[in-house]
Ligand binder design. Sequence first.
Ligand SMILES: C[S@@+](CC[C@H](N)C(=O)[O-])C[C@H]1O[C@@H](n2cnc3c(N)ncnc32)[C@H](O)[C@@H]1O
Length: 280
Amino acid sequence: MEGTQSDQGFQNLKGLIIQHLSLDCHQYKDSYLKRRLAVRMRARGVEGFDNYADLLRVDPIEHDQLMHDLTINVTQFFRDEAVFRVLENDVLPLLIYHKVMDEDQSINIWSAGCSSGEEPYSIAILMKELLGEEFDNFSTKIIASDIDKGVLEKASEGIYLPRQVVNVPKQYLSKYFIFNDGMYQISPDIRDMVQFRNIDLFTSTAGSNFDMILCRNVVIYFTREMQERLYMKFHRSLNSGGYLVMGNTETLLGDAASMFTSIHSRERIYQKTEEFHRSK
Ligand SMILES: C[S@@+](CC[C@H](N)C(=O)[O-])C[C@H]1O[C@@H](n2cnc3c(N)ncnc32)[C@H](O)[C@@H]1O
């Protein structure tokens, strides 16, 4: 009976979160949601989902804190060195080569679940380096989106503590950051390449015509159904031959698995299969 009551309490709390936080938390795995809620309940000294729901109804600060805790924001510049090495030495040069061959000067990249900006800025630095003198002949746009407005503000400022830039290769640190007052600020030329947007991946997308989508370390807490739906959305958002870069522990699921070709399996880099292959 107790279990049933607590399950009802959990379901009610989920309804309240959807209403108050406008976050469709049904799309998170229950086990994940319960763990995060337990952290908040402990922090506020509250026992039981019903009591926590009462607190959430009257305390707007708790809304923000819960939202922040549900959307874990851990990130790094050039996170997973091997992945960025493959992007720098193989995938991005190939992308640029095909753009030159096709006489197409626009390059569109989406960092979905960008947290405080380290991922999109890392990609922007690589694009600037790889395009070199050709940079001005291209329109390189990086859309960086996240559900959490707090991290997006931080990302938009582009100011980082020394410990947050330890992974940035030395030559890029001196070239693309301005050191001021003990902090590192991303340089205006890199900042200008990135547009930040508040997008909930459960309900929305950044549009279409992308040459690459990075969605790394975001979907691990999503239900399987949500992951499958999202990968189909990414497929539609990519240009033919476009790349999908996932987190090291994430796997393509559902119908999308047969609509992408794995090109670097260890680094979880996939390519959208050409249209004519898809009907086979
Ligand atoms: C662990 S960080 C990953 C950051 C970066 N991609 C990386 O790999 O370093 C996960 C990010 O996904 C965001 N996120 C979680 N749920 C989301 C959703 N439904 N829509 C958009 N972003 C979401 C979080 O706010 C968080 O900033």
